[in-house]
Design a protein around this ligand. Structure first.
Ligand code: ZN
Length: 340
């Protein structure tokens, strides 16, 4: 009995020892697993933090890059701006030089004989005469036309006023008010500009004149009494339609309340279209002894060279000290000899 009991106790002890061993093994395994898990978790959170840091630093870097790029752009744009300003300065300087050269060129004698040695000429200071006593009346016949805006632009550029003897310009009649708005004088030429019609009789002439007067009045509100005959008072074309009509018309003008003007300088642009600008400029330099200088030019679509010549014509008169005026009933008249 005792032997058996001892064996049982031993077996129990053995089992207990085995259980304890198993438990401790299990405990050890779990502990190690827990430790590894803990370590893993710690390293994961570290990784997360470092990733966040990396992201932040990347973002910072990107921002820095962007701002430095912006700086570069700003600098570049500033550089461009200053370059642009410099170029603009240069352009305006060049323009000044060009204007100066042009003015000097205008003052140059028209024909300088090629002399081998420069001869001292103390009595000839300059070819540009002193014309300061003269008043230039630039006149433009046959407008308004497609050229009117260009003519007005040039006159405005030089601050010069002129006189426009207008006709019925159809769709260009709208420019009549621009002529007036710019301070020029609008005057009467003819409604139809049809020689055959207007010079057939005095009645026909004055009817046509009334028509253009009404048109100008309707377009501009100006009632003009300043007139230029188509072809001028000296025209002989009218003889073909009515002998002596110019003599009778010119005699009646004052009684009808009109003053008429011819010209004493012709640009020559009536001689044809596309007359070289140089020819027109040259013609305009041939001045009469009279102080009242009325210059004939044309405002018409075909008179492109008149527009081209106009700046040089004005520059010449300015260089010679001339004044500019617009024609009115109080301007000393310039009349040609009536030939019909
Ligand atoms: Zn005309």
């Amino acid at each position: 009995m005792t032997k058996k009991r001892i064996r049982i106790e031993r077996m129990i002890l053995l089992v207990l020892a085995a259980v304890i061993l198993c438990l401790s093994i299990a405990l050890a395994v779990t502990g190690s697993k827990y430790k590894t898990l803990k370590q893993n978790s710690a390293s994961a959170s570290e990784a997360l933090v470092s990733a966040q840091q990396a992201q932040e630093s990347l973002a910072g870097q990107k921002q820095q890059e962007a701002s430095s790029y912006q700086d570069a752009l700003n600098e570049q744009s500033a550089a461009y701006e200053s370059e642009k300003n410099e170029l603009n300065d240069k352009i305006s300087e060049l323009n000044k030089q060009i204007a100066l050269k042009k003015a000097t060129a205008t003052e140059k004698p028209e024909e300088t004989p090629a002399t081998p040695k420069p001869q001292p000429q103390p009595t000839v200071p300059s070819k540009v005469p002193d014309l300061s006593a003269k008043t230039i009346y630039l006149t433009f016949d046959d407008g308004p036309s497609s050229r009117t805006p260009e003519v007005l632009r040039i006159l405005k550029q030089y601050g010069v006023k002129a006189t426009f003897f207008v006709i019925n310009g159809g769709k260009y009649n709208k420019y009549m008010k621009d002529i007036v708005a710019d301070g020029h004088t609008i005057a009467l030429h003819s409604y139809s500009h049809d020689y055959k019609k207007i010079y057939s009789s005095e009645t026909a002439y004055f009817q046509d004149l009334q028509q253009i007067s009404d048109l100008v009045y309707n377009e501009t509100g100006v009632r003009s009494n300043v007139v230029r005959f188509p072809g001028g008072s000296s025209n002989t074309v009218s003889r073909k339609y009515n002998k002596g009509i110019m003599s009778r018309l010119t005699a009646q003008m004052a009684d009808k309340g009109y003053v008429y003007f011819d010209w004493n300088v012709s640009s020559g642009d009536a001689n044809g279209n596309s007359i070289p600008a140089a020819t027109l400029i040259n013609n305009c330099r041939k001045l009469p002894s009279k102080q009242t200088v009325v210059v004939l030019m044309h405002d018409a679509g075909a008179k492109k060279t008149t527009v081209a010549a106009l700046p040089a014509i004005i520059e010449y008169y300015k260089a010679a000290g001339c004044k500019f005026g617009t024609l009115s009933s109080s301007t000393p008249t310039v009349h040609q000899r009536v030939l019909n």
